[in-house]
Design a protein around this ligand. Structure first.
Ligand SMILES: [Zn+2]
Length: 206
């Protein structure tokens, strides 16, 4: 066993305790009593998570470089990106919605993608970054909030449509954000919580 001590995993179904060992790519460790999967090393999962997270960060630059919404009113064309949309909501008396929009569409995806790269990048080489376990725990806690940004976008778009003061089109930034959300979903789906946890345990001990 590694010098760092023996690592154990408990079967989620029958509570049998096992000693964990590093797995080959594409293999799964199964419970000796009931055969349930304890943890697995999905092929190229870390590469996939890191790649999708990196793509999401690049798309975030595109999202903010191009207009998100374009409004035509009385022959005046106004372009809004996510930041100016949030600011407009705050200025026009919806500060909570404005702050929530910035938090969930800008800050949270950047933090999530960066966190995933920080945890999964070094793990590709069998290393755990300092504090990786804390970051992984935080990432798994924020996972249920992923759908909030979809909801918020819906609110924003319907508010603008309801206002009927302008002809509203979606800009390049909107479509880039759609692809960004797909990338984040793919990154989060690429690795499961237990798998990440077990990999961090094994990396720490070696
Ligand atoms: Zn079992």
């Amino acid at each position: 066993m590694p010098a760092g001590g023996i690592h154990r995993s408990v079967c989620h179904f029958c509570d049998t305790l096992h000693e964990s060992a590093p797995l080959e790519e594409g293999m799964a460790a199964r419970c000796q009593r009931c055969g349930a999967v304890l943890y697995q090393n999905r092929s190229a999962s870390l590469v996939r998570v890191t790649a999708f997270s990196t793509a999401a960060l690049i798309l975030m630059v595109v999202v903010n470089a191009f207009p998100f919404l374009v409004m035509d009113a009385a022959s005046i064309r106004t372009s809004l990106n996510l930041i100016s949309a949030a600011r407009a909501l705050i200025d026009q008396g919806s500060p909570i919605l404005g702050v929530a929009l910035a938090l969930f569409t800008l800050i949270s995806p950047i933090a999530m993608a960066s966190g995933l790269i920080y945890v999964c990048g070094p793990l590709m080489f069998g290393r755990a970054a300092p504090g990786a376990a804390v970051v992984a725990k935080w990432l798994s806690k924020t996972e249920p909030w992923n759908m909030v940004e979809v909801f918020l976008l819906g609110v924003l778009v319907s508010l603008l449509k309801l206002a009927k003061v302008a002809d509203v089109h979606f800009g390049m930034g909107f479509w880039a954000f759609g692809v960004l959300m797909l990338c984040m979903a793919a990154a989060m789906a690429g690795i499961d919580r237990d798998e990440l946890w077990d990999r961090l345990e094994v990396a720490k001990s070696s």
